[in-house]
Design a protein around this ligand. Structure first.
Ligand code: ADP
Length: 435
């Protein structure tokens, strides 16, 4: 490629030669005009290319400029390559930036980026929900103007960011517990992370309640038992009285035993999140056994009937199923006054595979209690439950067994008219060759 100086001298040479030839032919004016024209052509061409360059720069289409010749072709193609590279670099940076934003948006945690004055530079939509902010509206607003909780403002001012801060009653419904922590980065920038710990806090509260309930349930029979023991130890009782006290102690001992047994059953059920195995369960035999137990518990004070469709074989864990069924049957006997009727049924259900139901003509349960009946230690009639040896865990066990068998526990009850407890098993839990 020729250098600019050589090109200049070539043009100058050509102009001089043309001027000299024209001078010979037409005199000095002819020579001047010929030299001027030859010298101006490349200038004009350069001017035209400059105009073209300006136009493509203004339209931001430098990379699609038409080809030129000579030096201008070199300039255009170099410029084109430069702009192309720059644009593809910018696109790559933009893509990476977009991916970062998408990653931050995908995070289950609230993320807010703050500048050196604690103004919001960016936040994800989870943070918007957690703190009731709107990025478009609140960008570059100071965070402490938007989150005005005193504990948060203090946390931000004190700059003690080593520990997270728990803020309760957040979110639009005021029902979220958030664990917030600020992490400094770059030059005086801060990243605020907020984690939703509502379920964790609920589980913690449930665990505390559970321990308090178990302690309370154990303490009552223990206190009664110790009272009897003290009496037996300190008083000189006759044999009949002593036997009476020992019998009463036995009742309290049995109450603690059934509580511990129910707790262990629940713990085992909760520890096992797998579906129950699909082993054939002999329903006619189980229903006969349930009837025997119910008669014994009732002391023949109730009319107890059993209906069993023996063609329906249930697939599940027999021990667990017996525990759930007998909880429902014993509840029916315990809560139904003498003279009442109890039906125990195992039959086909047109919507669901098959259904085990226990119907009683007892006192019924008010509708406001129904959603909470399967909570541990939830009792409608506390004294009746205790009097009849209830632990308050029976329906919680039934619910867990139902879940492990993909069954539905349905409770239908009307005050004064009795209750029906249904366990509805899906078709997959009924032996296929028999239905
Ligand atoms: P409990 O050991 O106290 O019977 P459950 O978990 O089995 O505990 O039942 C929870 C509560 O539901 C009982 O305390 C009782 O108030 C109510 N309940 C359960 N079954 C019946 C029923 N068949 N009729 C009336 N109330 C019932």
């Amino acid at each position: 490629m020729l250098s600019i100086i050589s090109r200049f001298f070539i043009i100058l040479g050509l102009a001089s030669v043309s001027a000299w030839l024209a001078f010979d032919l037409w005199g000095p004016l002819g020579g001047f005009i010929a030299g001027f024209i030859v010298f101006s052509i490349p200038l004009l061409y350069s001017y035209l290319n400059l105009v073209r360059l300006q136009k493509f720069i203004l339209l931001d289409r430098v990379e699609s400029m038409p080809a030129a010749s000579g030096l201008w072709d070199e300039v255009f193609s170099k410029l084109e390559r430069l702009v192309r590279n720059m644009k593809s670099q910018v696109r790559a940076i933009e893509k990476q930036h977009e991916r970062f934003i998408q990653a931050f948006q995908a995070s289950p945690n609230g993320i807010i980026m703050l500048d050196d004055l604690d103004q919001i530079e960016w936040c994800n939509s989870i943070a918007e929900n957690f703190f009731g902010i709107l990025f478009k509206r609140d960008v570059m607003q100071r965070i402490n103007y938007l989150i005005r909780r005193p504990e948060f403002v203090r946390y931000l001012n004190d700059r003690l960011f080593d520990e997270p801060l728990l803020i309760e009653q957040m979110g639009s419904g005021g029902n979220l517990s958030l664990l917030v922590q600020v992490f400094p980065f770059a030059e005086n920038r801060r990243l605020l992370l907020a984690q939703d710990v509502t379920n964790f806090r609920k589980a913690e509260a449930m665990r505390r309640d559970f321990v308090a309930n178990v302690s309370h349930e154990m303490r009552t029979p223990l206190t009664v038992m110790m009272g009897f023991l003290e009496t037996v130890q300190t008083l000189d009782l006759d044999k009949a009285k002593k036997d009476e006290y020992l019998d009463l102690m036995m009742v309290q001992g049995l109450r603690m035993k059934s509580l511990v047994e129910d707790l262990l059953t629940l713990a085992n059920l909760e520890a096992n999140s797998q579906p129950a195995p699909q082993v054939q369960v002999a329903m006619p035999a189980i229903l006969a056994m349930l009837k025997g137990e119910a008669d014994a518990l009732s002391g023949n004070k109730h009319v107890i009937s059993v209906e069993c469709d023996s063609a329906l074989t249930l697939l599940g864990e027999e021990r667990e199923l017996i525990s759930a069924f007998s909880n429902l049957v014993s509840n029916a006997v315990r809560y139904t006054p003498a003279g009442g009727a109890i039906r125990i049924v195992w039959h086909k259900d047109k919507d669901h595979g098959a259904e085990f139901l226990v119907h009683d003509s007892g006192p019924g349960i008010a509708s406001e209690h129904l959603p909470r009946l399967t909570e541990r230690f939830y009792r409608v009639d506390r004294s009746r439950s205790r009097e009849t040896g209830g632990t308050g865990l029976g329906l919680a066990i039934v619910k867990h067994v139902a879940t492990r068998h993909q069954a539905n526990l349905l409770i239908e009850s009307t005050l004064g008219k009795g209750s029906t407890f249904k366990l509805q098993f899906p078709e997959e839990r009924i032996s296929a060759d028999l239905i």
